[in-house]
Ligand binder design. Structure first.
Ligand code: NAD
Length: 343
């Protein structure tokens, strides 16, 4: 564990097995320096246990960075359940997840994620109160992540192209799911021309009809003529193969862990492509959670998520002043906050 490439001084990594409930899970708490670790429960048919471990280590660290850069009183955590949500998810299994969360005594607060839903959290709540979405308003899904990415893009467009809004700019959006689709709506309302791709032809057809988007096959989005590339499907999409193909001058999107490795941030900069860290752009969910405890009306939640625009602008300004890339600036801010909290 301590030599694992994705181990980053995580405070706890807990393996959970409840055979009667069919549960095999790993909970990782990366940091509680700023507050209880917040993060989703992902259910996925991981090919190997090591894939599950790598995912939970990486994602829990990302949660620490999201909360810290957004000035929130939370740390970072994540849980992964090994299994196919369509086949293996049962109330028994979800209650077992709830017991695992409860056993951590409030150090970890569980939210929904890929393979789990707000309804699943309600089942977990029969065993633990340390879940997100416990208030009435929070049970209405809002496009908070897409709204956050949109606000990050507003800051980036101002910085890179010197303009408010997206008139005259072409944005290539990869993935039209919970994040990508509403993002297309926000962008098109502010004048963007869209090029989209998704594996699901029905989603592509909707985006064409609703936003007048052009579409390209999934593999061709990296070659699309555009000013902005917004990855909203998968991690690892910025790599040795794709970066040389990009036409965009700016990359900012909702997918987690977009860089295949840290060195690809430099590869983008060498092509003069501005990259905003994904953990800042896609932090809408944790801001939403925080807002539940303050004022969880939809208008207040969306307003609160708009802090991503201000923080992105600060990171970009500091990047311009210091010559450091935005990722280095944001990482340094996070590390400083964590160090101060630990001291
Ligand atoms: P989703 O499953 O709703 O949508 C993903 C979409 O991407 C699907 O329509 C899928 O068909 C498409 N897709 C998959 N592979 C593709 C490919 N190769 N090319 C083009 N399209 C492809 O997922 P989501 O909730 O929209 O999340 C998207 C990304 O954002 C993920 O990386 C997720 O981890 C990240 N994220 C999501 C949230 C959230 O609130 N949903 C929060 C933070 C980060």
């Amino acid at each position: 564990m301590f030599a694992h490439p994705d181990f980053d001084e995580h405070e706890r990594v807990v393996y959970v097995r409840e055979p009667a409930a069919g549960l095999r899970a790993i909970v990782a708490i990366h940091s509680t320096a700023l507050g209880p670790a917040f993060g989703g429960c992902r259910m996925w048919p991981y090919r190997t246990d090591d894939d599950a471990l790598a995912d939970v280590l990486r994602l829990s660290r990302g949660m620490t960075y999201k909360a810290a850069i957004c000035e929130l009183p939370y740390g970072g955590g994540k849980s992964v359940v090994i299994g196919d949500p369509r086949r293996d998810k049962t109330p028994d299994l979800l209650r077992a997840v709830g017991r695992a969360v409860e056993s951590l005594g409030g150090r970890y607060i569980v939210a929904d994620d890929v393979g789990t839903t707000l309804d699943d959290l309600a089942v977990m709540r029969t065993e633990t109160r340390h879940t997100a979405a416990a208030t009435a308003a929070a049970k209405r899904p809002l496009p908070v992540t897409a709204w956050g990415v949109f606000n990050a893009l507003l800051a980036c467009a101002e910085h890179r192209f010197g303009q408010a809004g997206f008139t005259g700019l072409r944005v290539a959006v990869q993935g039209l799911g919970h994040v990508g689709y509403p993002l297309c709506r926000f962008l098109s309302e502010k004048g963007a021309r869209l090029v989209v791709s998704d594996l699901d032809p029905a989603r592509v057809a909707s985006a064409e009809a609703e936003f007048g988007a052009a579409s390209v096959p999934a593999g061709a989005i990296y070659d699309a003529a555009c000013e902005i590339f917004s990855p909203c499907a998968l991690g690892g999409v910025l790599n040795d193969t794709t970066i040389p193909r990009l036409k965009a001058r700016l990359v900012c999107g909702g997918a987690n862990n977009q860089l295949a490795s840290q060195r690809h941030d430099l590869a983008l900069a060498e092509r003069d492509i501005l990259f905003l860290p994904d953990y800042l752009a896609n932090a809408g969910g944790v801001i939403d959670f925080h807002q539940e405890s303050v004022d969880d009306s939809p208008a207040a939640v969306l307003k609160s998520v708009e802090r991503i625009r201000r923080i992105s602008a600060q990171v970009l300004d500091q990047s311009r002043r210091t010559g450091l890339r935005p990722l280095a600036v944001a990482d340094a801010v996070v590390r400083e906050r964590l160090d101060a909290a630990r001291r």
